[in-house]
Design a protein around this ligand. Structure first.
Ligand SMILES: CC(C)(COP(=O)(O)OP(=O)(O)OC[C@H]1O[C@@H](n2cnc3c(N)ncnc32)[C@H](O)[C@@H]1OP(=O)(O)O)[C@@H](O)C(=O)NCCC(=O)NCCS
Length: 197
Protein backbone atom coordinates (compact mmCIF):
# COMPACT_ATOMS: atom_id res chain seq x y z
CA UNK A 1 0.00 0.00 0.00
CA UNK A 2 2.81 2.36 0.93
CA UNK A 3 4.51 1.52 -2.37
CA UNK A 4 1.35 2.30 -4.35
CA UNK A 5 0.91 5.58 -2.51
CA UNK A 6 4.55 6.54 -3.19
CA UNK A 7 4.17 5.68 -6.90
CA UNK A 8 0.98 7.73 -7.10
CA UNK A 9 2.74 10.69 -5.44
CA UNK A 10 5.59 10.45 -7.95
CA UNK A 11 3.22 10.28 -10.91
CA UNK A 12 1.34 13.34 -9.66
CA UNK A 13 4.63 15.17 -9.13
CA UNK A 14 5.76 14.33 -12.67
CA UNK A 15 2.49 15.56 -14.16
CA UNK A 16 2.71 18.81 -12.17
CA UNK A 17 6.31 19.37 -13.36
CA UNK A 18 5.32 18.63 -16.97
CA UNK A 19 2.48 21.16 -16.79
CA UNK A 20 4.77 23.76 -15.20
CA UNK A 21 7.41 23.24 -17.93
CA UNK A 22 4.88 23.58 -20.74
CA UNK A 23 3.36 26.69 -19.14
CA UNK A 24 6.86 28.19 -18.83
CA UNK A 25 7.66 27.48 -22.48
CA UNK A 26 4.38 29.05 -23.60
CA UNK A 27 5.00 32.13 -21.46
CA UNK A 28 8.54 32.49 -22.82
CA UNK A 29 7.59 31.88 -26.46
CA UNK A 30 4.66 33.93 -27.69
CA UNK A 31 4.96 32.23 -31.09
CA UNK A 32 3.82 28.93 -29.57
CA UNK A 33 0.57 27.50 -30.93
CA UNK A 34 -0.56 25.72 -27.78
CA UNK A 35 0.47 23.18 -25.17
CA UNK A 36 0.43 20.13 -27.44
CA UNK A 37 2.39 21.82 -30.23
CA UNK A 38 5.06 23.16 -27.89
CA UNK A 39 5.41 19.87 -26.01
CA UNK A 40 5.93 18.08 -29.33
CA UNK A 41 8.25 20.57 -31.01
CA UNK A 42 10.35 22.43 -28.42
CA UNK A 43 13.93 21.09 -28.29
CA UNK A 44 14.48 23.09 -25.10
CA UNK A 45 11.68 21.22 -23.35
CA UNK A 46 12.86 17.86 -24.66
CA UNK A 47 16.40 18.60 -23.46
CA UNK A 48 15.35 19.45 -19.90
CA UNK A 49 13.02 16.47 -19.66
CA UNK A 50 15.76 14.05 -20.69
CA UNK A 51 18.22 15.86 -18.40
CA UNK A 52 16.02 15.28 -15.36
CA UNK A 53 16.08 11.52 -16.04
CA UNK A 54 19.84 11.52 -16.76
CA UNK A 55 20.56 13.58 -13.61
CA UNK A 56 18.55 11.16 -11.47
CA UNK A 57 20.57 8.24 -12.85
CA UNK A 58 23.84 10.18 -12.37
CA UNK A 59 23.13 10.99 -8.72
CA UNK A 60 22.19 7.34 -8.07
CA UNK A 61 25.54 6.16 -9.44
CA UNK A 62 24.37 4.94 -12.87
CA UNK A 63 26.83 7.27 -14.58
CA UNK A 64 27.37 5.47 -17.89
CA UNK A 65 23.62 5.10 -18.63
CA UNK A 66 23.19 8.76 -17.64
CA UNK A 67 25.88 9.85 -20.11
CA UNK A 68 24.45 7.64 -22.88
CA UNK A 69 20.98 9.15 -22.39
CA UNK A 70 22.41 12.68 -22.31
CA UNK A 71 24.31 12.07 -25.56
CA UNK A 72 21.13 10.69 -27.15
CA UNK A 73 19.31 13.90 -26.23
CA UNK A 74 22.20 15.94 -27.64
CA UNK A 75 21.91 14.13 -30.99
CA UNK A 76 18.22 14.93 -31.22
CA UNK A 77 18.02 18.42 -29.71
CA UNK A 78 21.49 19.92 -30.27
CA UNK A 79 21.56 20.70 -26.53
CA UNK A 80 24.32 19.09 -24.46
CA UNK A 81 23.63 19.09 -20.72
CA UNK A 82 26.04 17.04 -18.64
CA UNK A 83 24.01 14.76 -16.37
CA UNK A 84 25.88 16.07 -13.33
CA UNK A 85 24.63 19.64 -13.86
CA UNK A 86 22.08 20.88 -11.31
CA UNK A 87 19.17 22.75 -12.89
CA UNK A 88 16.23 24.42 -11.15
CA UNK A 89 12.55 24.72 -11.98
CA UNK A 90 10.95 26.50 -14.93
CA UNK A 91 14.20 26.36 -16.91
CA UNK A 92 13.76 27.11 -20.61
CA UNK A 93 16.08 27.08 -23.62
CA UNK A 94 14.69 28.87 -26.67
CA UNK A 95 15.70 27.42 -30.06
CA UNK A 96 17.97 24.91 -28.35
CA UNK A 97 20.74 24.24 -30.82
CA UNK A 98 24.33 24.64 -29.66
CA UNK A 99 23.78 24.95 -25.90
CA UNK A 100 26.44 23.29 -23.72
CA UNK A 101 26.08 23.04 -19.93
CA UNK A 102 29.05 21.58 -18.06
CA UNK A 103 29.16 19.02 -15.29
CA UNK A 104 29.52 21.26 -12.24
CA UNK A 105 27.13 23.99 -13.40
CA UNK A 106 24.42 25.04 -10.96
CA UNK A 107 21.40 26.81 -12.40
CA UNK A 108 18.62 28.39 -10.30
CA UNK A 109 14.89 28.70 -10.96
CA UNK A 110 13.27 30.65 -13.83
CA UNK A 111 16.42 30.79 -15.93
CA UNK A 112 16.23 31.28 -19.69
CA UNK A 113 18.94 30.57 -22.23
CA UNK A 114 18.96 31.17 -25.97
CA UNK A 115 20.71 29.00 -28.53
CA UNK A 116 24.49 28.80 -28.56
CA UNK A 117 24.99 29.47 -24.83
CA UNK A 118 27.92 27.75 -23.13
CA UNK A 119 28.21 27.30 -19.37
CA UNK A 120 31.75 26.04 -19.60
CA UNK A 121 34.93 25.43 -17.63
CA UNK A 122 38.36 27.01 -17.85
CA UNK A 123 40.17 24.41 -15.77
CA UNK A 124 41.01 20.75 -16.36
CA UNK A 125 40.94 20.07 -12.58
CA UNK A 126 38.17 17.84 -11.28
CA UNK A 127 36.75 20.59 -9.11
CA UNK A 128 33.83 23.02 -9.29
CA UNK A 129 34.80 24.59 -12.61
CA UNK A 130 31.52 25.73 -14.19
CA UNK A 131 29.24 28.71 -13.52
CA UNK A 132 26.65 29.16 -10.80
CA UNK A 133 23.58 30.90 -12.21
CA UNK A 134 21.07 32.56 -9.87
CA UNK A 135 17.28 32.73 -10.20
CA UNK A 136 15.60 34.75 -12.98
CA UNK A 137 18.76 35.01 -15.07
CA UNK A 138 18.58 35.45 -18.88
CA UNK A 139 21.56 34.58 -21.08
CA UNK A 140 21.50 35.80 -24.69
CA UNK A 141 22.27 33.86 -27.83
CA UNK A 142 25.86 32.76 -28.30
CA UNK A 143 27.06 33.94 -24.89
CA UNK A 144 29.83 32.04 -23.13
CA UNK A 145 30.02 32.00 -19.35
CA UNK A 146 33.33 30.43 -18.42
CA UNK A 147 34.73 29.19 -15.13
CA UNK A 148 33.24 29.00 -11.62
CA UNK A 149 31.79 32.51 -11.88
CA UNK A 150 28.50 33.55 -10.27
CA UNK A 151 25.63 35.28 -12.05
CA UNK A 152 23.46 36.92 -9.39
CA UNK A 153 19.68 36.72 -9.30
CA UNK A 154 18.03 38.65 -12.11
CA UNK A 155 21.30 39.17 -14.01
CA UNK A 156 21.32 39.35 -17.81
CA UNK A 157 24.08 38.38 -20.20
CA UNK A 158 23.98 39.97 -23.65
CA UNK A 159 24.15 38.00 -26.88
CA UNK A 160 27.69 36.86 -27.74
CA UNK A 161 29.20 38.09 -24.46
CA UNK A 162 32.09 36.20 -22.91
CA UNK A 163 31.71 36.32 -19.13
CA UNK A 164 34.77 35.42 -17.06
CA UNK A 165 33.98 37.39 -13.87
CA UNK A 166 31.01 37.43 -11.49
CA UNK A 167 27.96 39.44 -12.52
CA UNK A 168 26.07 41.06 -9.60
CA UNK A 169 22.33 40.55 -9.10
CA UNK A 170 20.17 42.49 -11.60
CA UNK A 171 23.21 43.68 -13.58
CA UNK A 172 23.68 43.24 -17.35
CA UNK A 173 26.99 42.06 -18.81
CA UNK A 174 27.87 42.59 -22.49
CA UNK A 175 30.92 42.31 -24.71
CA UNK A 176 34.17 40.37 -24.89
CA UNK A 177 35.34 40.12 -22.18
CA UNK A 178 32.01 41.11 -20.65
CA UNK A 179 31.67 44.35 -18.72
CA UNK A 180 28.66 45.69 -16.87
CA UNK A 181 26.17 47.82 -18.77
CA UNK A 182 24.24 50.61 -17.07
CA UNK A 183 20.49 51.15 -17.36
CA UNK A 184 19.58 47.70 -18.68
CA UNK A 185 16.05 46.50 -19.26
CA UNK A 186 14.33 44.42 -16.59
CA UNK A 187 14.67 40.67 -17.33
CA UNK A 188 10.91 40.24 -17.72
CA UNK A 189 11.16 42.53 -20.76
CA UNK A 190 13.32 39.89 -22.42
CA UNK A 191 10.69 37.15 -22.67
CA UNK A 192 9.48 38.00 -26.15
CA UNK A 193 12.02 36.57 -28.62
CA UNK A 194 10.09 38.15 -31.48
CA UNK A 195 11.75 41.42 -30.44
CA UNK A 196 15.08 40.16 -31.76
CA UNK A 197 14.22 37.65 -34.45
C1 LIG B 1 22.27 42.87 -23.46
C2 LIG B 1 20.78 43.14 -23.63
C3 LIG B 1 20.00 42.33 -22.60
C4 LIG B 1 20.60 44.63 -23.39
O1 LIG B 1 19.31 45.02 -23.63
P1 LIG B 1 18.88 46.55 -23.28
O2 LIG B 1 19.10 46.80 -21.84
O3 LIG B 1 17.55 46.78 -23.87
O4 LIG B 1 20.02 47.38 -24.01
P2 LIG B 1 19.93 48.43 -25.22
O5 LIG B 1 19.39 47.74 -26.42
O6 LIG B 1 19.24 49.65 -24.70
O7 LIG B 1 21.46 48.74 -25.47
C5 LIG B 1 22.22 49.46 -24.51
C6 LIG B 1 23.65 49.50 -25.02
O8 LIG B 1 24.24 48.20 -24.97
C7 LIG B 1 24.65 47.80 -26.29
N1 LIG B 1 24.35 46.35 -26.41
C8 LIG B 1 23.14 45.77 -26.35
N2 LIG B 1 23.26 44.45 -26.48
C9 LIG B 1 24.58 44.18 -26.61
C10 LIG B 1 25.31 42.99 -26.78
N3 LIG B 1 24.72 41.78 -26.81
N4 LIG B 1 26.67 43.09 -26.88
C11 LIG B 1 27.27 44.30 -26.85
N5 LIG B 1 26.62 45.46 -26.67
C12 LIG B 1 25.28 45.41 -26.57
C13 LIG B 1 23.84 48.65 -27.23
O9 LIG B 1 24.48 48.82 -28.47
C14 LIG B 1 23.76 49.94 -26.46
O10 LIG B 1 25.00 50.62 -26.59
P3 LIG B 1 25.06 52.24 -26.58
O11 LIG B 1 24.53 52.66 -25.22
O12 LIG B 1 26.50 52.54 -26.76
O13 LIG B 1 24.17 52.68 -27.69
C15 LIG B 1 20.29 42.75 -25.04
O14 LIG B 1 20.75 43.64 -26.01
C16 LIG B 1 20.68 41.33 -25.46
O15 LIG B 1 21.79 41.05 -25.91
N6 LIG B 1 19.70 40.39 -25.29
C17 LIG B 1 19.83 39.02 -25.70
C18 LIG B 1 18.87 38.79 -26.85
C19 LIG B 1 19.04 37.45 -27.54
O16 LIG B 1 19.95 36.70 -27.32
N7 LIG B 1 18.12 37.17 -28.42
C20 LIG B 1 18.11 35.94 -29.15
C21 LIG B 1 16.78 35.83 -29.87
S1 LIG B 1 16.76 34.46 -30.95
Amino acid sequence: MALLSSLADRALGAVATYREDVATARRRDPASLGPVAIALTSPGLHAIWVHRLAHRLWTRGAKVPALVIAQGARSVTGVEIHPGAQIGRRFFIDHGMGVVIGETSEVGDDVMLYHGVTLGGRSMERVKRHPTVGDHVTIGAGARVLGPVELGDGAQVGANAVVVKDVPAHATAVGVPATLQRGAAHPEELIDPAIWI
